[in-house]
Design a protein around this ligand. Structure first.
Ligand SMILES: NC(=O)c1ccc[n+]([C@@H]2O[C@H](COP(=O)([O-])OP(=O)(O)OC[C@H]3O[C@@H](n4cnc5c(N)ncnc54)[C@H](OP(=O)(O)O)[C@@H]3O)[C@@H](O)[C@H]2O)c1
Length: 280
């Protein structure tokens, strides 16, 4: 007898966010998830996939038969970033369109130039670097498909598994290499749990279109970086400096969160709230 649970496919299950989302999703759904180079989760349902291979994407979707796909694969850390994000997303869209399968696509606040915040769902992308452009192109492909949600989000962090940005910073500080934290780039860091719960709320909801989902506390990248260094107890800060950021990165990408607050039960906690929760 078949399982009564709905089936989900999560691409990029091995990503930083995926490592939180996949186990949470498994408590509610039958989950297949993908990795590309390695699978830190090693759970049932993990499958190797290169999203640049259209045939492999189609075959996996036919084999897994999901009722919905959450597409996380591809980030600014992927080798061949532009193809993975742009072509990879197009292949996912082709396959879900063929199967009439709902799609939740993870986008980013850096599709904007950061000059005119706060950004609303109706605002059109104004990317200023290659990653932002690739994510904007991916949004455009997804938005042509009927049954979709595009989540625009900010810096992702957790307090049980160190995020990759902090990992990089800690390794550099330990080797005495220069690390600069930018005090003029405003973001709304989002906790892995907040974003994962929002994905799972949206995956079978009626909502279609773009939704801003981020943390409820805005801060500069410097303030955020320092809070994380404090949290992880990193005292080696001799090579750390604070100052204005690279103008090639958007300055202020704050997102207007009113619609998400209205639609979602998930609370959009700020960094200080999340730290306080972990201390209790
Ligand atoms: N991190 C952030 O602060 C942030 C902010 C806004 C939006 N986002 C978006 O959120 C999502 C997750 O981000 P993340 O930072 O958690 O990602 P991440 O840790 O950098 O992981 C990237 C993921 O993409 C997979 N991947 C790379 N090349 C691939 C290929 N050719 N085919 C299939 N999969 C491939 C990787 O698989 P392997 O690891 O197995 O190679 C991994 O699962 C991304 O869509 C990203 O754009 C992230």
């Amino acid at each position: 007898m078949g399982s009564a649970k709905k089936r989900l496919l999560i691409t990029g299950g091995s990503s930083y966010l995926g490592q939180y989302l996949v186990p949470l999703a498994k408590s509610q759904y039958d989950v297949c998830y993908t990795y590309f180079q390695s699978d830190p989760l090693r759970l049932d349902g993990g499958v190797q996939l290169d999203v640049r291979d259209a045939g492999a994407v189609r075959e996996l979707i036919l084999a897994c038969e999901p009722q919905a796909v959450i597409h996380l694969a591809g980030s600014n850390r992927s080798d061949d970033m532009v193809s993975v994000i742009r072509e990879g997303t197009a292949h996912i869209v082709e396959a879900v369109e063929e199967g009439g399968i709902r799609l939740v696509h993870m986008s980013s606040d850096v599709i904007f130039d950061g000059r005119y915040p706060p950004y609303h769902e109706v605002d059109r992308p104004t990317p200023i670097h290659a990653y932002g452009q690739a994510k904007a192109d991916a949004e455009s492909v997804v938005s042509d498909f009927a049954d979709h949600v595009i989540i625009r989000t900010s810096l992702i962090y957790g307090l049980t598994l160190m995020d990759r940005g902090t990992e990089w910073m800690v390794a550099a500080l330990r080797q005495g290499q220069p690390v600069k934290l930018f005090d003029d780039q405003m973001r709304q860091p989002v906790w892995t749990e907040t974003l994962s719960l929002a994905c799972l709320e949206l995956v079978f909801a009626d909502y279609r279109g773009i939704l801003n989902v981020a943390g409820g506390q805005s801060m500069s990248r410097a303030e955020f970086g320092l809070k994380l260094l404090d949290w992880w107890g990193i005292a080696d800060r001799g090579s750390l400096s604070i100052g204005p950021g690279d103008p090639e990165w958007p300055a202020d990408t704050r997102l207007d969160l009113s619609l998400a607050k209205e639609l979602l039960k998930t609370r959009l906690l700020g960094v200080d709230d999340v730290i306080a929760l972990h201390r209790t």
